[in-house]
Design a protein around this ligand. Sequence first.
Ligand code: ARG
Ligand code: ZN
Length: 486
Amino acid sequence: MALCRPARTLPIAAAAISVVLFAPAASAGGSHDSAALFTPGTPGVGDPYFPLEGNGGYDVQHYGLDLAYAPATDRLDGTVVITAHATQNLSRFDLDLQNLKASSVTVNGRRASFAQSGQELQVTPRSGLRKGGVFIATVRYGGVPKTIVGSPIVFGSPYGFLHTPDGAFVGAEPNAASTWYPSNDHPSDKAPFTIRITVPEGLGAISNGVLLSERTKGGKTTFVWDQRQPMATYLATVDIGKWQVKQSTTPGGVPNYVAVDPGLLESQPDALDFFTDTTAQATDLWSSLYGKYPFDTAGAIADDARYEGQPLGFSLETQSKPVYSAVRDTTTIAHEMAHQWFGDSVTPAQWKDIWLNESFATWSHYYWNERQGGASVHDQVRSVYNARPFPDAANRPYWSVVVADPQRDTMFNDRVYSGGAMVLQFLREKIGDEAFFELLRTWHADHEYGNVTTEQFTALAKKISRQDLDPFFQTWLYTPGKHPLP
Ligand code: ARG
Ligand code: ZN
């Protein structure tokens, strides 16, 4: 019989415990339907690009990560406390965990049996978990995290957990969260996070949200970070190493926490001020355009993150503080900060809708360029349009990629970036500035901290503009090819 037992005192489950206390009692009072069916949760959430990402049968309410990283051996050891809400009667459920070994699992404080196969960690609790109840799964695990290398998804750039000369860098989009913590690794299941991380004294560990505490004892320092608003698993980060930190507040009143690897300061001594000022300017500009900044802090984490001598090929909009693998230009910073609204606060429910992240951030950085005195957005998208040959050059797909369903291995193709920004700009020219900016503001306001689909966006665009936009969207979002300029 499923009984949701009250949580015992767990290390960093303060938020988790309150969830349990205020959740409707699971099956307390013991129903007598011993015939009730308890079945396994599915090993994926049904995302066609990543069939095994995420898991069925539950919805995470809070992640409590308690990690220790030893740069000398590259070993990561941790305990993760997952508070979840069962969405079916569960006989067992999966978590995602790649290349790391679980050593013990408990559910509601009782030892559970578990098995690992591929990226699935299969957990069988002593008794079934009743639909509607909240349960707490605690996983102890460890190992040397493996960087994902050679995947076509991101055109060969390594990603995930990367060992650096002074520590580690984490940029896990789209599917590498499970290479460093057990999770329900899919953007459709967002939850607040508390991240506690212990490193050798003298090093720092920067993560999402606000720093709650920092304590040194016995040669080790423990940092506790709290990301109070829901976060998709791929947006979590811990970046370990030596840091120069500058804390400030943007002119618009948003806290701004910037950490830069001193290695980067050797060649760019003003990088700390540069990241601070540009992040502040972008945060305030997007706040005025898209609505109040959705998180407790803004910031930047700039690491000297190289793979075989070359800086990683990407930056990532890790929630509240994007990560940068080198000193990047202001356009990139504007792009990553625009993602805080589009991508982080408002998150696609499926990976095929990734244009809802990248096209919006790219349109935003074009707008930024124009404001900095560069070409107008109108002209920028037309230069992209003209520069891209049709048909696509062999091995360089662009027009053949469908903006609203780009396929897994081309999900970060430039068609989703510049090509989707083009669609947004054409939409703007069609419906006018007033409707366009109202659309972006309403889109964020209506779905803040939630998940969305392309169809929700097109429906809102039609509603706000009071235009029949179906043929426009059909052409530009769903039909491959280089269409005539509207
Ligand atoms: N979302 C990132 C951006 O701001 C791109 C990340 C691509 N790389 C990766 N490893 N997922 O454009
Ligand atoms: Zn982006």
